[in-house]
Unconditional design. Structure first.
Length: 210
């Protein structure tokens, strides 16, 4: 089964994609993680994407599509895959169809903007090992220090308040129309995001029939 997960930045779609990935034994492919890794490593794709990411803008289609094509061609995606963070526009969704890639199901994790701002504003990440934290929901034992390694825990640029608001504005303008795109094709399942991750997971699995 080929699926995509939709939802605003910080909605938890990546977490749910990982759960479904384990249940169905198919890879969850996060373009966000792939792009951040490319930026960290200074690859050509990363350098091309960096200027857009720090402003909260969408990375150009040609950059993202090239990364996606390489990834889904790998053996572990032959029996299906989950895309998290792609497509982000109707144009990208059409590009997938033009590439002959069939999406069986689009799962939306729906969360209100005010909750998104609270979630993302509190997120922190270790500069060294990449471990994730949250000042309210998953704080570090020692403020500013990772629990796993000696690294410093910081707020990512794309989690800062001004960037979050910009990302949400971009989402509503360019990504939200995907709901109608997949709904018209009879492939959309909408899941209301809950306060507890486990509750959202239960609703997600029910929606996809797992």
């Amino acid at each position: 089964m080929n699926m995509i997960f939709l939802g605003a930045p910080g909605s938890g779609k990546g977490t749910q994609a990982e759960v479904v990935s384990e249940k169905l034994n198919i890879p969850a492919i996060s373009t966000g993680n792939m792009l951040r890794e490319a930026v960290k490593n200074g690859t050509p794709a990363g350098l091309a994407a960096q200027a857009y990411m720090v402003k909260g803008d969408l990375v150009p289609d040609e950059t993202v599509i090239g990364i996606i094509q390489e990834r889904i061609a790998k053996d572990d995606a032959k029996k299906g895959f989950i895309l998290d963070g792609f497509p982000r526009t109707v144009e990208q969704a059409k590009a997938l169809e033009d590439m002959g890639i069939n999406i069986d199901l689009a799962v939306e994790i729906a969360v209100a903007d005010e909750k998104i701002c609270k979630r993302m504003g509190g997120r922190r990440v270790c500069e060294a090992c990449g471990s994730s934290y949250h000042v309210e929901f998953k704080p570090t034992k020692v403020e500013g220090k990772c629990d796993i390694c000696p690294g410093n825990v910081v707020q990512r640029v794309d989690d800062k308040p001004e960037t979050v608001l910009s990302r949400l504005e971009t989402y509503h303008e360019k990504t939200e129309p995907l709901r109608d795109f997949y709904s018209e094709r009879g492939k959309l399942k909408s899941v209301p995001g809950q306060e507890e991750i486990a509750d959202t997971t239960a609703l997600t699995l029910k929606a996809i029939g797992v």
